[in-house]
Design a protein. Structure first.
Length: 629
């Protein structure tokens, strides 16, 4: 059988939608604590936002190139969009069924109520009316549409009302349609005082309050209808890195326009009339096939705020405390002494990220440390590691940081981070033109006696204190001479525009990681043919690179047992007789987001194990700077 046959490949976009369905299933699982179910529902909505902003936007762009190479699954971009539409319609319907039929009744039973206009008692109505006068009306700017006031630029994912009016305004103009944007400064979910509504945890949606009082914005006119809507736009940034003098400046210019890029989806309330929908789609240059009707809040992901606003520990996952490694405890002395004796392998979030932070703190404060080098992809708003790097630079140490300013949706934060580091005297490198720097590495150079010794940290996850408590990742702290030498070579290559380098242990994309994985899969085939132990176990976020999938099929045909744990996208089709019957694929979705990438090869009994920042995807293996260690 031709292993390139499209029937052997699942569409990556449809697979991504199925992953989102698995997230939604967590919201429907009654064994999951109630407020965590609510959180999973919101995550599924946020994931869908990003899916449209990135993947659907990319496919729509590909429609402009009808002669492009067909996808491995055989679908054309137009066919893919049709199937995406069908699957997303069902997913959105299931999301709102979960919200309306499962979560709202269960929350109400626990005294957590979302009060609509029909639920407001007299005191609640008065309180909300006062809130509108004091907090809402002063910041609203309704826009009536006419030749002098054309359809405005609507910001990506902002909440708006389309208002249908009857009557004439103060200037005698015939009213028609007006737009009202919900203030970004106000919360989308508002908690009502207990003494007003009668409940400890009663809430109202800003959109509902705005709908109920929108007539105050149009005195003397009749409001015939007010309909919430939300437009999603293409969030991919297009910067020709080869043709710009300053990447950060070019990105900053693009970021200003991201919020107003081409529309890719329109969400409207289920009650929105077809005439209004046609009006909106015409102005957003969308079709009916890109409209999704919502039987509830059009920005359902904003309900996530309830998870923190409601103080009900019994409705959440039990508190989890990560373990600080003994080597990082205050009584253990220098971590450099410990690492001089043995490596540290950390499994986050079970092992605390504070262990890594303590290592950086000690490096910043140790007078024997001469230099620190680090890559940063995502760090969060309040990163103690960044503070330590700044402390080190101010203490006179040579600090070099590779900041990836193209990390999606963190571009602006990373540009600001780079500026902050530079102002403190840190040497900042923006990575490699054309390749995102996605590897996670840290190198410390320390004087010990008459010699210099290197210490390194390699990880599958970001240097992000926030995600380190919610994502599973693997980190290695080591003073191994050869590993540290490899890491040093990589930093020199990234900062000095160096040539392709030969590494002793590390595999690096875009140079040796893809080829190395294919060679190791091929080696398992040889071991199986010779009757030696042959097995592959791999854990990753996504699997879609066609050449790797073909190699796995070849290994399965040769009798190699293959066990894959793929959290998200999986384009490989397991269980096909004669092709992939020796391949099992599982996906783990739960309290922690499975983020580590682990690759195991039996290798005839001489087992090999790699951890990596890279998934088995085209972008990771061929278009990013990644490391397997």
């Amino acid at each position: 059988m031709d292993l390139r046959d499209p029937s052997l490949y699942l569409n990556r976009e449809l697979s991504q939608i199925e992953f989102n369905r698995r997230v939604l299933e967590q919201a429907r699982d009654q064994d999951t604590p109630l407020l965590e179910r609510l959180r999973f529902l919101c995550i599924s909505c946020t994931n869908l936002d990003e899916f449209f902003e990135v993947r659907v936007a990319t496919i729509r762009y590909q429609l402009s190139f009808p002669g492009s190479k067909p996808w491995p699954d055989g679908l054309s971009p137009a066919e893919a969009l049709q199937q995406i539409r069908r699957n997303v319609l069902q997913l959105v319907d299931d999301q709102y069924r979960c919200w309306n039929d499962e979560l709202i009744p269960a929350l109400r039973q626990e005294g957590i109520r979302f009060l609509t206009r029909d639920d407001w008692n007299a005191r609640t109505r008065r309180w909300i009316a006062d809130y509108v006068q004091a907090q809402l009306l002063p910041v609203l700017s309704p826009l009536g549409l006419d030749p002098a006031h054309p359809f405005p630029r609507i910001l990506n994912k902002s909440l708006n009302l389309a208002v249908r009016l009857k009557g004439r305004d103060a200037f005698g103009r015939e009213a028609g349609i007006a737009l009202v944007r919900a203030p970004r400064s106000l919360p989308r979910v508002i908690q009502l005082p207990k003494e007003i509504s009668g409940g400890h945890n009663d809430f109202a949606f800003l959109s509902g309050i705005l709908q109920a009082h929108v007539d105050l914005l149009f005195p003397g006119m009749q409001v015939k209808g007010a309909y919430p809507f939300r437009v999603t736009r293409n969030s991919e940034l297009l910067v020709d890195e080869e043709d710009v003098e300053n990447l950060a400046t070019a990105l900053r210019d693009e970021l200003h326009e991201r919020g107003f890029a081409d529309a890719v989806r329109l969400e409207v309330s289920a009650t929105c009339p077809r005439t209004m929908v046609r009006f909106l789609t015409r102005h957003f240059e969308l079709t009916e096939a890109e409209v999704y009707r919502c039987h509830g809040p059009v920005n359902l992901n904003r309900v996530m705020a309830i998870h923190e606003m409601v103080d009900r520990p019994e409705l959440k996952f039990p508190p989890f405390t990560a373990r600080l490694h003994p080597a990082a405890s205050p009584s253990s002395g220098s971590m450099f002494e410990h690492l001089g004796r043995q490596d540290l392998l950390l499994h986050h979030p079970f092992d605390s990220f504070a262990t890594v932070a303590e290592f950086v703190r000690q490096a910043a404060n140790d007078p024997q440390v001469l230099a620190i080098k680090q890559t940063l992809y995502r760090t969060g708003k309040q990163s103690v590691l960044v503070n330590y790097l700044i402390d080190a630079a101010r203490a006179g140490k040579d600090v070099t940081v590779v900041v990836e300013v193209r990390a999606r949706f963190d571009e602006e934060a990373n540009i600001a981070l780079a500026n902050r580091l530079q102002e403190a005297g840190v040497q900042v490198v923006y990575g490699v033109v054309g390749y995102k720097t996605h590897c996670k590495m840290l190198l410390v150079v320390r004087r010990e006696g008459e010699k210099l010794r290197r210490y390194a940290h390699l990880s599958t996850g970001n240097y992000h204190p926030g995600t380190s408590t919610a994502y599973t990742d693997i980190g290695l702290l080591t003073s191994d001479r050869d590993l540290c030498e490899d890491v040093n070579k990589l930093f020199s290559q990234m900062s000095g525009l160096g040539p392709v380098i030969k590494l002793k242990y590390l595999l690096q994309s875009p140079f040796t990681l893809h080829r190395g994985m294919l060679e190791k899969i091929g080696r398992e085939i040889e071991h199986a043919a010779a009757g030696r132990p042959a097995r592959i176990m791999a854990k990753m976020n996504s699997l879609s690179e066609p050449t790797v999938i073909q190699a796995l099929y070849e290994a399965s045909i040769a009798g190699v047992q293959i066990d894959l744990c793929v959290r998200g996208i999986c384009a490989l089709r397991p269980g096909v007789a004669g092709v992939s019957e020796n391949i099992r694929v599982r996906s783990i979705v739960g309290r922690f987001l499975e983020h580590s990438r682990v690759y195991y090869f039996a290798n005839g009994g001489d087992e090999e194990l790699y951890w990596s920042s890279a998934d088995w995807m085209d972008r990771n293996l061929l278009r990013r700077v990644e490391v397997a260690f």
